[in-house]
Design a protein around this ligand. Structure first.
Ligand code: ADP
Ligand code: MG
Length: 185
């Protein structure tokens, strides 16, 4: 479904060029669970951003379902993200003044769903991450673990074929990490 051939990412700053990652070859198939490991600064986040269509690559080829993407415009990548990618961000990126329900609803509205048709879907995913009691609680009032579960729910509710999570269990104990794994797989 996703294939990278010798893909490199450079960061250009004034007179210097920094490498995000270099010559990555990777093939990801539907239904696979893949973990990318490496020391801090090795390019994991950068790679996930490129795979998610959030960042550009400068060298090599990235294929989506066999289609080469070097000619993709921003609009093409936006459409790709909409159709294929659910992101769970390390910093959660929740709207603090919105409730759990509203945070999840927002993603669906942005993706073209109508308010009237998403209620069931939202409640279902809130139940999945065990936050029904908090559905009307503002994100600012949640604990770190609860925020993380909202972030998971928000990525799951789009029902995209690809789920991208950066450092998903970095702040969790092993029991919470196992639970997280159960929810997303
Ligand atoms: P990891 O997630 O594995 O810790 P990153 O993908 O965040 O690594 O970073 C990979 C490399 O790219 C690092 O050397 C980092 O300094 C560099 N880098 C990341 N983001 C930027 C940026 N916006 N501008 C310039 N360099 C960056
Ligand atoms: Mg990182």
């Amino acid at each position: 479904m996703l294939e990278l051939k010798n893909v490199s990412k450079f960061y250009y700053q004034q007179d210097t060029v920094a490498s995000g990652f270099s010559k990555i070859n990777l093939k990801l198939n539907r239904g696979e669970f893949v973990a990318i490991t490496g020391e801090s600064g090795s390019g994991k986040s950068t790679l996930l951003n490129v795979l998610s269509g959030l960042d550009t690559y400068e060298e090599g080829e990235m294929y989506i379902n066999g289609q080469e993407t070097s000619g993709y415009s921003e609009t093409d990548f936006e459409a790709y993200r909409k159709k294929y990618i659910g992101n769970i961000f390390q910093s959660f990126n929740l709207v603090n003044s919105y409730t759990v329900y509203q945070n999840i609803e927002l993603v669906l509205l942005i993706n073209g769903f109508k308010k009237s048709e998403v209620k069931h879907k939202i409640l279902e995913v809130i139940e999945k991450v065990d936050l029904l009691k908090y559905k009307n609680t503002k994100a600012s009032k949640l604990s770190g673990g609860q925020k993380q579960r909202v972030a998971i729910a928000r990525a799951l509710v789009k029902e995209t074929p690809i789920l991208v999570a950066d450092e998903p269990t970095g702040n969790l104990d092993s029991k919470a990490a196992r639970k997280y794994y159960e929810i997303i797989t």
